[in-house]
Design a protein around this ligand. Structure first.
Ligand SMILES: [Zn+2]
Ligand SMILES: [Zn+2]
Ligand SMILES: [Zn+2]
Length: 208
């Protein structure tokens, strides 16, 4: 009770700081991106913010993709001149390299390997990401490539949807500890993705 009494006079401060996160805080026009690019006054849709990285900084598309090469399920937003709009790392052109490859060591057949869109169910929502399967002499079946990236393919043939191992573990714990059902868990993830229900990527294996 004493802690609550101490906190009450600070309520405005907490609210102001939360509202500050809704805007660009100190990263407005004229600020410099990590790559040296300076954001011009009239330049819109170029200042990206990550809701999952613990920094309020705004970055250009390229710097955002560099930062998230191995965290493709972070949720982005882009400043449209008035407010932040929801965005994804698929929108900014991020490609997740599968197989034994990385962004720095691309598959030697990368130009022949087609880019594919994958729907991924993760702990913070449902995402569409772009992946590139390995197609060189090191290549294994696409199911194995997904499993080695800690992505559980939803179907055996031509998987278009996968669930992260983290997400499966979270569901298992919630199910054991609080008896959360699969439907309840999935509907929570839908709300985390978009609470209006307007932009939730369809996932056919659960709801056909
Ligand atoms: Zn940059
Ligand atoms: Zn991030
Ligand atoms: Zn390869």
């Amino acid at each position: 009770m004493q802690e609550l009494a101490l906190w009450q006079p600070e309520l405005d401060l907490y609210l102001r700081e939360m509202l500050r996160l809704e805007g660009r805080s100190m990263f407005g026009a004229g600020m410099q991106c990590n790559c040296g690019r300076i954001f011009a006054n009239n330049e819109l849709n170029c200042q990206h913010h990550c809701c999952d990285c613990l920094t309020p900084e705004l970055l250009c598309e390229d710097c955002m993709n560099d930062r998230h090469a191995y965290t493709p399920f972070h949720r982005l937003e882009v400043w449209n001149g008035h407010f932040f709009e929801q965005q994804s790392l698929e929108d900014t052109g991020l490609v997740l390299e599968l197989g034994s490859h990385t962004k720095e060591k691309l598959c030697v057949m990368s130009e022949l390997a087609p880019l594919e869109t994958l729907t991924v169910i993760h702990t913070n929502g449902i995402h569409k990401i772009t992946v590139r399967y390995c197609a060189c002499n090191l290549a294994v079946h696409c199911r194995k490539q997904l499993l080695r990236a800690q992505l559980w393919p939803a179907t055996v043939t031509n998987p278009q949807t996968a669930v992260t191992f983290d997400c499966l573990e979270q569901f298992q714990m919630l199910n054991l500890m609080t008896k959360t059902s699969g439907t309840e868990f999935y509907e929570t993830l839908e709300c985390l993705t978009d609470n209006t229900g307007m932009r939730v990527p369809p996932v056919s294996f659960l709801k056909s």
